[in-house]
Design a protein around this ligand. Structure first.
Ligand code: ZN
Length: 113
């Protein structure tokens, strides 16, 4: 998967923010990960520790908030959780929907010392 490059850009962002805040250590990174990104939080934690070695974010703990995939039916306007291969609306039985949640992937906040 693409966790490695994603984690690298997250780490860059975290270090940039920490530097701005004059931090000596990054303690915690709060992440928001949408289910549809396919990103696995364990992998991100693993890569983060790996890539963060030797930086002030070396010992940072990642806290990941997973956002479930949510779709809205274009026909009836109701929201539902799409299944992997079946994106038919369970309310009206029609297909045609837009994803309204689950594609998020960002650093929500960081906690520094
Ligand atoms: Zn519908």
């Amino acid at each position: 998967m693409h966790e490695l490059s994603i984690t690298q850009s997250m780490l860059d962002l975290v270090l940039e923010q920490a530097e701005k805040a004059d931090a000596s250590r990054v303690e915690k990174v709060n992440l928001v990960i949408g289910e549809m990104t396919g990103v696995v939080d364990d992998c991100v934690q693993f890569y983060f520790s790996l890539l963060g070695k030797g930086t002030i974010a070396e010992e940072a703990v990642l806290s990941c908030k997973m956002v479930p995939a949510t779709a809205r039916c274009r026909n009836c306007g109701k929201t539902f959780q799409p299944k992997e291969f079946d994106w038919t609306c369970p309310h009206c039985g029609k297909s045609g929907m837009e994803i309204v949640a689950g594609q998020e992937l960002f650093v929500e906040s960081i906690e520094v010392e």
